[in-house]
Design a protein around this ligand. Sequence first.
Ligand code: SF4
Length: 490
Amino acid sequence: MMTKEEYIESLRRRPKRVFVLGEAVENFVDHPVIRPSINACAMTYELSHLAEHEDLLTVTSSLTGRKINRFTHLHQSRDDLVRKVKMQRLLGQKTGCCFQRCVGMDGFNAVDTVTYEMDQELGTEYHQRFRAYLSQVQEQDLVVDGAMTDPKGNRRLKPSEQADPDLFVRIVERRPDGIVVRGAKVHQTGAINSHEILVMPTLSMREADKDYALCFAVPADASGIFYVYGRQSCDTRKLEESLLDTGNVQFGGQEAVIVFDNVFVPWERVFMAGEYRFSGSLVERFAGYHRQSYGGCKVGVGDVLIGAAQAVARYQGLEKVPHIREKIIDMVHLNETLYACGIACSAEGRPTGSGTYLIDLLLANVCKLNVTRFPYEIARLAQEIAGGLLVTMPSEKDFKHPEAGPYLNKYLKGVDTYCIDCRQKVLRLIENLTLGAGAVGYLTESMHGAGSPQTQRVMLSRLANLEDKEQLAKDIACVEKELTCPEVEG
Ligand code: SF4
């Protein structure tokens, strides 16, 4: 398994075409806007070498029998599913942001189960290909971007009906040695920090869209691929070299657009190429695994935010005030409810045909639907506790200014036994998580990542088994025969 340092060096050895704030960047690894996101992903390596986290971060590979990082693992039991969520909570606690590596892990497990079913039904050889590929990923301990979301253009139109056929990633050429693909993926978490990209379809496809029913893996530095970094609120604060004003100076999430401009993919890296009937299962399972993931990562970040609210209450002399204590307890209640759902959908998991375990999809969707709401309420409570200084506090430079600084240090102090820096730093952290760059991961990603709330409602309506519930009610109410209107009248 790679160390944190080896991971960062491995990115230097794979130069990519990256654009940030309108400029092509030569050295993306040391770019101040990008580096915090690399540090966050690197934490998945750092913790894997610490004895106290070995049981969460490492596991024996079901493919090679060797010790691997759990982020490259195929879940072999309910216990594996539960440990995955615990690992994600731990990483959220250590980074206070999105650490990005889960999308690949969730992609592996989804592709493994679906390629097995494709091979069983169609006689294809995708599953063995995929497992050979994944064995290499495990052995080399790689970060893989699980790339699902296409730009989608006019949402009312299917992929092949769009004015521009490239608005969903598609096959533009089939060759004896592989395929050529074109298109883009948007909202790509950690894409620039990845060694590989695992592309999956974004929708359930029909026959007319079979060239879009596509799953493959390519090196992230393959010819024809380039990246454009997504802006985050307050991202240029990272250029100010202020320890204080960024809120989370070490870590951050990353979202990017990936463009595939006629990229060649050899057949041994293709895991679906036209088998449109299986595209829906792949989307549903990847989304299900990632909806489970949010019951871990967002809870870990929630722990950080609750801790920040508690600390700032203390710096302001409010920690024993009853309504403040109630608000902190409400935050804990909401956060642990999210965790309970992440654990529940894991504990109710079951094996699929390939042997890889799948979460309970109904509970995973409940988990994610809660995630679309509860972090917003936790953030609202944190802002209420923090007070208006959260958004009116002058900059670090002002606090250090020879004229203004002494006045600011005099008037903006809280409880005098705590240094003013502590209060500033924690207020900036709350700002980061609820309004700034960190809010991208904690709030908007909670809303739209792994599918927007309506997609979870659709899944709930499909999986809720309302007919059974109705029968339960009729049994209790002694409704034996439902008479129709003419019978009643007769
Ligand atoms: Fe992992 Fe959470 Fe980021 Fe998804 S949003 S990649 S689950 S940390």
